[in-house]
Design a protein around this ligand. Structure first.
Ligand SMILES: [Cu+2]
Length: 303
């Protein structure tokens, strides 16, 4: 009986260790999710490296706690059942064990709290920013403004399935990407124009609400060039799933060139966004239609 339990526990621990060991490389995508992904997307910013490290630490701690509780339960069931132990002890207090089961959890919580607070402060304290981008969530797309690069602003809409070019991920690609330089601190000021949205890019370890009438702030420092995708992460209406975020990280020279281009391209300001949003959105399904009819204001009755 004990032999079987021990083999099972060992097998479980080995499987967990295998998953933990490989969670950062083969199974997770860089900048976008990958099929059958386990664990989080690869980090492309220092804060996200810390988040992944902290996640793995927690996984070890909870795995150890679950294994310990399971072993204790099995011991109790086997050694202290009515048949194996017909005359039970009448013990009600044991000072030593009570001190241990109070102090050990406190130590575990402190071990968790220290890095947890450290990462939270790192996320919330923006270092001196090299570039500031203002991201505005709208139903259902994002607008990006570069106040220090010439005050231009443009809309970023999802590429519909029918227009996808090879290599463009579905539901994540956009027509106008947010472009930032590599290895520079980018401050993102986030707000909402209509309802609450949320600006989130997993590889940078950022997620912050876009609230109308409020300017939230987050930051990241991308360490690798490439395109990093995120999504609106606050239910904001029928096309919530179709307002992705795409951040292109380029060299400093390429960024300067892009800014010069963008100043001319977007000089007119965000163009007829609602019309383009309607074009980009998938055809209205009967369910969405039903939902929008249901949401229409019903005649009020006085009760
Ligand atoms: Cu949204």
């Amino acid at each position: 009986m004990f032999g079987v339990v021990r083999v099972l526990l060992l097998g479980g621990a080995l499987a967990a260790a295998t998953l933990l060991g490989s969670s950062d490389s083969a199974l997770a995508g860089l900048g976008q999710p990958s099929p059958w992904q386990l664990g989080m997307q690869q980090a492309a910013a220092p804060v996200m490296s810390d988040v992944i490290w902290f996640h793995d630490l927690l996984l070890w701690i909870i795995t150890a706690i679950v294994a310990l509780v399971l072993v204790l339960l099995v011991v109790v069931m086997v050694r202290f059942n009515a048949r194996a132990n017909p005359t039970p002890s009448r013990t009600t207090h044991n000072t030593a064990i009570e001190v241990i089961w109070t102090v050990v959890p406190v130590i575990i919580l402190v071990v968790i709290a220290v890095p947890s607070f450290r990462i939270m402060f790192a996320q919330l304290n923006t270092p001196t920013a090299d570039v500031t981008v203002k991201a505005t969530g709208k139903q259902w797309f994002w607008s990006y403004a570069y106040p220090d690069q010439g005050k231009f602003e443009f809309d970023s809409l999802m590429v519909p399935d029918t227009d996808l070019k090879p290599g463009q991920p579905r539901l994540l690609s956009v027509d106008n990407e947010m472009v930032v330089p590599v290895d520079k601190v980018v401050r993102v000021q986030v707000t909402g124009a209509d309802v609450i949205h949320a600006f989130a890019v997993p590889s940078f370890g950022i997620k912050i609400d876009a609230i109308p009438g409020r300017l939230n702030e987050t930051w990241f420092k991308a360490t690798k060039e490439g395109v990093y995708y995120g999504q609106c992460s606050e239910l904001c209406g029928k096309d919530h799933a179709f307002m992705p975020i795409a951040v292109r990280v380029v060299s400093e020279q390429a960024f300067a060139a892009w800014v010069e281009d963008a100043k001319k391209k977007y000089a007119a300001g965000p163009d007829a966004a609602p019309r383009r949003a309607a074009e980009a959105a998938p055809a209205v399904s009967p369910m969405a239609l039903a939902a929008s009819t249901a949401a229409a204001p019903a005649p009020r009755t006085v009760d």
